[in-house]
Design a protein. Structure first.
Length: 186
């Protein structure tokens, strides 16, 4: 009987522990955020060149992990320097007044069919989003990828004559591929 009691007391010490969430951050040289808009039916492509992703998650069980994306809006560029200059202006991203866009969210589901549930804030406009993503292991790192369509007018992007969508479509396709590595940035 004493052995049985001793065994019961020691069991919690030998049970496998769940891994604690680990800090992760993006590697800029191995990550991208690209977008495609449509001007009178012609695709206009571009990207954001400076952004960071940080978060906390257990790589083996990423559901309930958290991620934060901070984008420097002045880093937006397009296939044309004229378009890039226009995007920096007040009618589009207003980079002088709104230098950053922010997304915070929680991972839900399984790694190959996950969703990132959270809020996106651009130009003081905030909307809830559910972004379908995949999260794949690459050695000790994680690759976060996704595609979604954003209505630019929900965030005050393209005001005045550009708001209607008659010349520039209101829907913008966004593709992201982020390499996350363990540890705090820096």
């Amino acid at each position: 009987m004493k052995r049985f009691l001793l065994l019961l007391l020691l069991m919690p010490l030998t049970a496998p522990a769940m891994a604690a969430p680990t800090a992760w951050h993006s590697l800029a040289d191995s990550s991208s955020i690209d977008w495609t808009a449509s001007w009178q039916g012609t695709p206009v492509k571009g990207q954001f060149e400076r952004f960071t992703v940080t978060g906390h998650l257990d790589a083996s069980h990423p559901a309930d992990g958290t991620l934060k994306l901070v984008v420097e809006t002045a880093s937006i560029s397009a296939s044309s320097s004229d378009v890039t200059r226009a995007l920096h202006g007040a009618q589009w991203f207003g980079v002088a007044e709104f230098p950053k866009a922010l997304f915070t969210g929680t991972l839900e589901g399984e790694p190959r069919a996950m969703a990132l549930q959270g809020s996106l804030r651009i130009k003081d406009q905030e909307k809830k989003l559910s972004l379908p993503i995949t999260l794949t292991r690459q050695h000790d790192d994680l690759r976060l990828q996704g595609d979604f369509t954003l209505n630019r007018t929900d965030f005050g992007i393209g005001t005045g004559q550009w708001k209607s969508g008659s010349m520039i479509a209101t829907e913008v396709h966004v593709h992201f591929s982020i390499l996350l590595v363990p540890g705090e940035p820096g």
